[in-house]
Design a binder for this molecule. Structure first.
Ligand SMILES: [Zn+2]
Length: 324
């Protein structure tokens, strides 16, 4: 969102949210050219909260405070279309807000992460602005990365414990607590049919971790995988395939090393017998044997002082015989 894409809005059909001089100062930190208050469209949105979502997860309050910092400056796009450059908005301020009138499903104090975002008023984003004003763009989806998803019952990593999200243990609801956010990605508007209340409202969608995807596959009762989850899963499988290929390659080269060394230091054991033995060995055992053979070889074929002429000659012969 740079000033080279800014066109003066002809006639903005809707009045923007009032922008304070302080907000204008924050906005202008992102623009190449100083924008006047009539040139920017500013709106509020809720990015996420500490209530349990439809995936049976919630952000901890500490996570909201971490995200408060991470989301400032992040751009939002319309329907995940990054090519719609003129239809992007940028968050310029975030604030964690406590709502004393509301409790979470877990029964504790409710906090949400509110953001203020702006877009320069242009002809291209006029329809988008009208949709926000008209309440047609109600949902915002956000993406972020968290280091841990902890079980609300036992505090262990959710992936490692036996509790299940959505179930109640001793009167306490199990959910995944999303903690230690490490990054916030772009956020996007999701078009949904107009509803009663106008304005941009809240929905959060955080990226599922691979552990979560695998866990929901294993339990066979997790939420169905979204397109993005499937894509992520396929990417993971491809990574594993590559890792497996590398592993096979590594094992093969280790085995041929061992066979080569064996011929040198254990000439009485046939290659076939040795090959048979290596098949039953683990990678660690192959490495162990290789190291032992190498040691043996370097000892056996160390340069021998001329004094022991006879054995030196013998070694040279065997050396010649087995050098590959
Ligand atoms: Zn647990």
């Amino acid at each position: 969102m740079h000033s080279n894409t800014i066109h003066k809005a002809a006639a903005a059909a809707t009045a923007p949210s009032a922008v304070s001089p302080e907000e204008l100062r924050l906005i202008n930190a992102y623009t190449r050219r100083e924008l006047g208050e009539d040139e920017v469209y500013v709106f509020s949105l809720t990015l996420c909260d500490n209530d349990v979502d439809r995936d049976g997860e919630r952000f901890s309050v500490e996570s909201l405070f971490a995200l408060e910092k991470l989301f400032v400056g992040k751009t939002g796009i319309f329907d995940h279309d990054p090519s719609a450059k003129n239809q992007a908005a940028r968050i310029f301020a975030c604030e964690v807000v406590h709502d004393p009138a509301r409790k979470t499903a877990m029964g504790d104090a409710y906090f949400s992460l509110k953001a203020r975002a702006y877009m320069p008023k242009t002809e291209e984003n006029r329809a988008l602005r009208e949709m926000i004003d008209g309440g047609i763009l109600k949902e915002v989806s956000v993406g972020c990365a968290v280091a841990h998803t902890l079980c609300s019952i036992c505090g262990q990593e959710y992936i490692t414990c036996t509790h299940r999200k959505g179930e109640v243990y001793g009167g306490k609801l199990c959910c995944g607590e999303l903690t230690n956010p490490t990054d916030a990605y772009e956020w996007s508007f999701v078009a949904v049919p107009a509803q009663k209340q106008a304005g941009v409202t809240k929905a959060k969608r955080k990226e599922k971790s691979m552990e979560d995807i695998l866990k929901s596959l294993e339990s066979k009762k997790g939420a169905p995988l979204s397109g993005a989850d499937c894509e992520k899963l396929l990417g993971y499988i491809n990574e594993l395939k590559q890792a497996a290929k590398d592993g096979v390659f590594y094992r093969e080269s280790l085995t041929s090393e061992v066979l080569r060394l064996s011929a040198a230091v254990q000439p009485d054991i046939s290659r076939d017998t040795m090959a048979c033995m290596t098949k039953a060995m683990s990678i660690a055992q192959l490495k162990e044997v290789k190291t032992a053979f190498e040691k043996q070889k370097s000892k056996e074929f160390a340069p021998v002082p001329q004094l022991y002429g006879g054995s030196a000659k013998k070694n040279t012969e065997s050396n010649g015989q087995f050098t590959i």
